[in-house]
Ligand binder design. Sequence first.
Ligand SMILES: Nc1ncnc2c1ncn2[C@@H]1O[C@H](COP(=O)(O)OP(=O)(O)O)[C@@H](O)[C@H]1O
Ligand SMILES: [Mg+2]
Length: 348
Amino acid sequence: MIKQKELITTSSTSFTSTCLDVDENSLIDEEGDLYGLKFDRVIGEGAWGTVWHATNPSGDESYAVKVMSKHSLLKERQQDHAHRERKILPKLDHPFIVSFTKFYQDTRCLYFVQEFINGGEFHLLLTQNRFLEAPAGQFYAAQIATTLSYIHSQGIVYRDLKPENMMIGKDGYLKIIDFGLSKRIEKEKYSTGKTLTMCGTPNYIAPEILQSKPYGYEADWWSYGVVLYEIFYGQMPFQGNNPSELFKNILNGKPRLSPRIDNRINKLIKGLLRKDPKKRYGAKKVLEHEFFKSMDFEKLQKKKLEVPFFPSVKSESDTKNFAKIKVPRFNMDNCPELSPEEDIFQNW
Ligand SMILES: Nc1ncnc2c1ncn2[C@@H]1O[C@H](COP(=O)(O)OP(=O)(O)O)[C@@H](O)[C@H]1O
Ligand SMILES: [Mg+2]
């Protein structure tokens, strides 16, 4: 049986903020507040943003709002990442990708309003179960593979595949969030199908990225291999006591494969964790792999399969599957304001 531990209590601070960027479908209310959304608690924190749970004024709709400080983005030179997320996320439409609702900004912050996925992070499910057995693991692995293949079909490399960026919906299916590192590398003027920027989360970074070589979609399939290892082995395939040890292992080490694990899974992982991106398995090899032979991808896409685990939630707006963050790293109210001259975000 798959388990999920109960977490947390909720805190309640609510505030509003003025918007500059309002369009016809805006949720903004008459007073010009941030569409009257009530921000009740922080549900997540990442490198550049704080994610809040918010409800509409009547309290019957829930959202997750990723808030980023303009000042911090400029200071850390992260504005391009935020801009890509702004451009990419609204264009994606897939059952296993978070739905984007609205984008707003004021003089202090950017606000990405998204559907609230209340089952918590897939990461939590993995840590609480240590590893998953093949049928449950296959259910999640298949969703991640089809989603990755869809993202690539849109000319986009994702670059941050990891269980922290996968949420479990109340229907038990996954949704990929966080397009902060994604980049369009095809289907755009001057695009080459490759990129160079060194980015990602250390444990999941492909060898070619570490070697500063131009890379493409294959780098995401490497990260997918790492995630599969994590799902079925309950640990990381490459480890190290510090980043340089870890990177050395990613570049030269071999993941330990055990006969305890279904041989088809081991073969798939091996094909994905090939150091040479040209030899690595990609979408076709993965989706047609013998490990997925019994998977009905059509039914999966329509969410018609038996689900191995349903998160425990009392209502749409239940936030108990999210760890409580007492002091958020930054709060909208104390983010510095940008002057119109400094504010390069205005025409986003
Ligand atoms: N739509 C969402 N529904 C529920 N929780 C979310 C949602 N978006 C983000 N979160 C939570 O906030 C965390 C950080 O969000 P993310 O977009 O990954 O930010 P970052 O780019 O800073 O990593 C996530 O790992 C998740 O726990
Ligand atoms: Mg993230």
